[in-house]
Design a protein around this ligand. Structure first.
Ligand SMILES: Nc1nc2c(c(=O)[nH]1)N[C@H]1C(S)=C(S)[C@@H](COP(=O)(O)O)O[C@H]1N2
Ligand SMILES: [Mo]
Length: 401
């Protein structure tokens, strides 16, 4: 076989493959239009912005920064930011699906012949690929975290945080590149044909306005179906809410005493709360704690997994215990539970929380004795603190140097 024949054969095969891949022009629906993509994209961008900012707040709350202390007030700030995070993420799911559907034909646009244009387009496509992949990952991993379903072995928090930066960076590039087009599209009527492809001749069963409204409606339904985990009035309609609000004292339980393997130790006569500062150590039975001055405060439990609930907690002010061992103010404190294993078995309580007058070692919840599943004999309850750091079944409070 001569060289020309080989070339002809190769060209034949390549041509055959290429002719089977659809072309952007093969998509005829008027609904898959840039005008739809821009409108849905605007709200998608707003949702992602809210997710990013509230995600940073959550990261900051969970990784104490010595230079920039997380505030203990407003008491419900974290409950609000985490609620917005989960609601905005949920709202983004239908929007992302409609947006991807609308721009899908662009995946098949033929690359330009001019080398310079080709380079620019390749860069743009890479940034969009990164944006789409990161967006899908963030929404999927966020939802599965809310459902407490972890079918992976990577660290959720670290990965979700890192990809948050990647997604927001790729989004910023995407908006910057498209800004003139976005402004033009949002400034003209959605049904007008500006920036349409020539092939968009089909007669869709729906107007573009109808499609965009449908996307917003789906987004609203998704929010209502899940937000009840955070918004009390919605609890009964939220069929997909992650926690139903039932549990001892009317509060959901995240991890039960049995799951945490603390039942025997929590109910044992030998239980003591040890408070340690330098050489001083004091041990309290549950009865000793009940004898101390009791305080009652309304504090929310706001889980990072997207549910929250308000409750009334009664117990001993942590600062009173720290005073008992002569600990000075301004010291961070380590809170340790009876739980033998697991990453939530102990937490660092920064000094602004340790010294706050609202921070309790709670013995009671909503007027009842604290249930075993909520942390009996005693649990930490501090203002404006993620639920994951409100350690249950506390057995040791250690003042750090
Ligand atoms: N020792 C211990 N404390 C813990 C946990 C845990 O797994 N172990 N889970 C935390 C999480 S993630 C949340 S949201 C709250 C839930 O408190 P609840 O079960 O009383 O509602 O407890 C926190 N305290
Ligand atoms: Mo949690």
């Amino acid at each position: 076989m001569g060289l020309t024949e080989v070339r002809e054969k190769v060209e034949g095969v390549v041509g055959g493959v290429v002719s089977r891949v659809p072309d952007e022009g093969d998509f005829t629906s008027r609904l898959r239009s840039p005008a739809v993509a821009a409108r849905v994209g605007l709200w998608l961008g707003i949702s992602f912005g809210l997710c990013f900012v509230t995600g940073l707040v959550s990261h900051w709350a969970q990784s104490p920064d010595p230079w920039f202390a997380f505030p203990t007030r407003p008491v419900r700030l974290y409950q609000l930011t985490q609620g917005v995070h989960v609601i905005a993420g949920t709202a983004a799911v239908p929007l992302l699906l409609v947006k991807l559907w609308a721009v899908f034909p662009k995946l098949f646009s033929r690359p330009p012949k001019d080398l310079r244009l080709l380079l620019v387009e390749t860069l743009e496509r890479v940034s969009i690929a990164v944006l789409v992949a990161a967006s899908i990952f963030q929404l999927a991993s966020g939802i599965s975290n809310s459902a407490q379903w972890y079918p992976w072995s990577f660290d959720f928090r670290g990965t979700h945080y890192a990809l948050g930066w990647i997604a927001i960076g790729a989004l910023a590039v995407h908006i910057a590149v498209k800004l003139p087009l976005i402004r033009d599209l949002l400034g003209t009527d959605i049904e007008s044909g500006t920036h349409d492809r020539e092939s968009m001749q089909g007669e869709p069963p729906l107007t573009r306005r109808g499609l965009v409204r449908g996307a917003f409606l789906a987004s609203g339904v998704a929010v209502v179906a899940t937000a009840g985990s955070t918004v009390p009035g919605l609890r009964t309609v939220s069929v997909f809410g992650v926690r139903d609000g039932n549990g001892p004292g009317g509060l959901p339980v995240n991890k039960s005493a049995k799951e945490a393997d603390v039942v025997a130790a929590a109910l044992s006569d030998g239980y003591r709360l040890r408070v340690v500062h330098d050489g001083t150590e004091m041990a309290f039975t549950r009865a000793d704690l009940e004898q101390m001055r009791q305080r009652t405060h309304d504090l929310p439990l706001a889980c990072v997994e997207g549910w929250s609930a308000n409750a009334t907690w009664t117990g001993v002010r942590l600062r009173d215990l720290l005073d008992a061992v002569g600990a000075p103010r301004g010291r961070d404190v380590n809170i340790e539970s009876l739980q033998p294993a697991g990453s939530y078995r102990s937490t660092l309580l920064p000094h602004q929380f340790a010294d706050d007058s609202l921070t309790l070692l709670a013995l009671g919840l909503n007027g009842e004795q604290l249930a075993l599943d909520h942390g009996y004999p005693c649990r930490l309850m501090a203002p404006n603190r993620p639920g994951v750091l409100q350690t249950k079944w506390v057995t040791k409070v250690e003042v750090l140097g």
